[in-house]
Design a protein around this ligand. Structure first.
Ligand code: NI
Length: 258
């Protein structure tokens, strides 16, 4: 996989989540955000993928005797993540498709979208998906006061805990806009992404599928939104294509050091 933090730098210009909510590009500098403690250690997946390095140091003789399955058949993992939901129609449709395929994903829910869709949140948890916090409203968190941000995140976390019994430990800040102070205050683990599907912008299944499948690497986190039909269709198409190539889908907590 590529370094997710450095690839995030490149993605910052497009880091605003949804034009529909949006005010355009995020103004903060990537350098401020990529500091210590930013996000989960996807490096664990990298360690896994390089775990055979020691084998190369074995003698040539030993290597020649190992004419079994070719190296490179190791399983690649990827985490699909969906922000801004739940959506009354597309989230259940996505859940149906994921269930058929035996795939678990991560949803970062926005508190204001939960009322009226409580059953969808309960279903996510029942079906083994990981639920994270995407704050209450789609605002740039570093432009709000720390106390206000913490309250918004806390409120959303409590809503989710009330429905699932589990308070989210992971946060994806809207627009990827975050800082160390917020991280300290909330105590949550920040999760950004490696591959930005740009689904909210393209609204086109094949373009999204093509972009993601071209860019994805082992251990990556893919950013999508379960509030568009095209995103739902693209996500299931991506699952079908990557599963056919032997990829395994995991939730973001499973990308951590184990
Ligand atoms: Ni968002």
């Amino acid at each position: 996989m590529r370094g997710w933090k450095s690839s995030f730098c490149a993605g910052v210009a497009t880091a605003f989540c949804l034009a529909a909510f949006g005010t355009g590009a995020v103004g903060w500098s990537a350098g401020d955000r990529i500091g210590a403690g930013a996000g989960i250690e996807v490096g664990a997946a990298m360690a896994k993928s390089t775990g055979t390095r020691g084998d190369r140091q074995e003698s040539m003789e030993a290597q020649e005797q190992q004419k079994g399955p070719k190296a490179g058949t190791e399983i690649k993992t990827v985490a699909l993540t969906f922000d801004d939901g739940p959506h009354e129609e597309w989230t259940p449709a996505l859940l149906d498709g994921l269930k058929e395929r035996g795939v678990k994903v991560t949803f970062f829910l926005m508190g204001q979208n939960i009322p009226g869709k409580e059953a969808i949140v309960e279903r996510m948890a029942e079906e083994g998906h990981l639920i994270g916090n995407h704050s209450y409203q789609h605002i740039q968190l570093t432009r709000a006061g720390t106390e206000e941000v913490c309250q918004a995140i806390e409120r959303t976390g409590e809503m989710i805990r009330g429905l699932t019994g589990v308070k989210p430990q992971y946060v994806r800040p809207p627009y990827g806009d975050w800082n160390e102070e917020l991280e300290c205050q909330t105590g949550l683990t920040t999760v950004l992404w490696d591959v930005d599907s740009l689904d909210w912008k393209y609204r086109d299944q094949s373009r999204v599928v093509e972009k993601v499948c071209r860019e994805v690497a082992d251990g990556d986190i893919i950013l999508m939104h379960d509030i568009f039909q095209t995103s739902k269709d693209a996500a299931l198409d991506i699952v079908d294509r990557l599963q056919a190539d032997g990829w395994q889908f995991v939730t973001v907590d499973e990308l951590q050091v184990d």
